[in-house]
Design a protein around this ligand. Sequence first.
Ligand code: F6P
Length: 556
Amino acid sequence: MTQARSKSLTERPEWKALVDHQGAMANTHMRDLFQEDPERFKRYFVEASGLALDYSKNLVVDETIERLMALARSCGLPERIEAMFRGEKVNVSENRPALHTALRNMNDEPVMVDGKDIMPEVRDTLARMEEFVWRIRSTQWRGFTNKPFTDVVSIGIGGSFLGPKLVSASLKPYWHGRLNCHYVANIDGSHITEVLRHINPETTLFLIQSKSFKTQETLENTKVAREWFLHNGGSEERISKHFVGVTANKPEAVKFGIAEENIFPMWDWVGGRYSLWSAIGLPTALTIGMDNFRALLSGAQAMDKHFRSAPLEQNLPVIMALLGVWYGNFWGADAHAILPYDHYLRGLPAHLQQVDMESNGKCVTQHGDPVAYQTGPIIWGGAGANGQHAYHQLLHQGTKLSPADFIIPLHTHNPVGNHHAILFANCLSQTQALMQGKTEAEARAELADQGLSAEAVETLARHKVIPGNKPSNTLFFERATPRTVGALIALYEHKTYAQGVIWDVDSFDQWGVELGKQLGKDILDRLLDGERKSETTDSSTEGLIRIFRNRHMNGL
Ligand code: F6P
């Protein structure tokens, strides 16, 4: 564990300097900043690992960046970055390192955990994945009627679902023609039912993905898949041809009926939400192939190297992290939008919700003291340009401040007509509109030009004013390739960690989600057998249990 900080965050001179600076900046408009400095775009632009960030449309001047960097240094950010890579136990409440970076460490460099180099195991697992992927894709490994597999169903939830699903979808142009990939996560029976409806047991491979192998949703869905398989031509002996597991809890997986030789390992030093780079990435590797999976890892590794070695002022994840701190702690922003202008990347907000909100949604420091400041933001978003015709209204004229990341490739995988230029224009016009807004004088002039009466101009002008001054980042890259997607996801992982360091929270535990799981067990018992085993204290939960039992259990 790192030493408790001698001064709490808000007591630091660097923090106070930022409070003062925000006061001085409070009436600054970005329009003016752009007018005053024609070099602003160049000044606030950084590139790394195939990604480029224009952060000029932010409420920052050089002094802001200097003061934010001073805060980061005073929080020991460079040392804490190094500590994570070196395998120190940065997950303090679980007394573990967080070594997702070791999963994409393609060098020979050892990474030590409790005196043991973990790299041989990482490399062995990659080699096993390689062989497995090759056997499935080359049709060496076939289903029980000797037909090649056509469908892969991944059963898992949280980090054992969102990351692989995002990568699979992001890299659809690289999919193997014959293999289709489906994901089942939810305990809502409709999810698995809909997937099973469209597949053939003879040609379907199930991947059971669970670090703990204790997650209720995953185990229940696996039981359904197993029963479905057994009732549709499968048999106990045939299970081993069709069910493969990825877990850190091999004994549980074996107990559950997965053949020992079909189990790929996971490790407690990889957090669920950081696990897509491990064998949890198998559904992705099966569809995009192992070469592309390795390219994904190497893109992430390039970002790792950058995060570890670039000076803070040139460090992409650090800059993005500090901009988030600037708005969340000094400007009152509660939310942050992720807006991918790329159809294949539309799952990015959902994955980053878990990465960021499960990591930094914390109210005590890593030493257990209550925090006296805001921590992780609400992450939300969706695909551009769709969002422009829905929730962007709030970004432009709402009362809430939500900085936004606009993410776009320069080239599309599907050049159709002028679509990509139009998409790009939409992306740029949004960030421009957010930044410059529309003044009342401009609104009036526009309305007058349309020939409206003075009275109509008077009424409408105030509605048409757009305050502007809303911060955004524009993050772009050549094309959504395995390398760039790897770098992009790693960028956000590191941004999240860097913010966690500033806020002094443990970004790698998730105790909050446990309470719901605990209470869920009691409630399920009550729903199923009605007997009141524990004191349920609130009348709302009691009333709802009664209604469910009366109506659902009685088939009403
Ligand atoms: O409940 C939260 C969580 O523990 C996540 O952190 C994790 O990614 C998910 O559940 C799934 O866990 P597992 O891979 O152990 O099934």
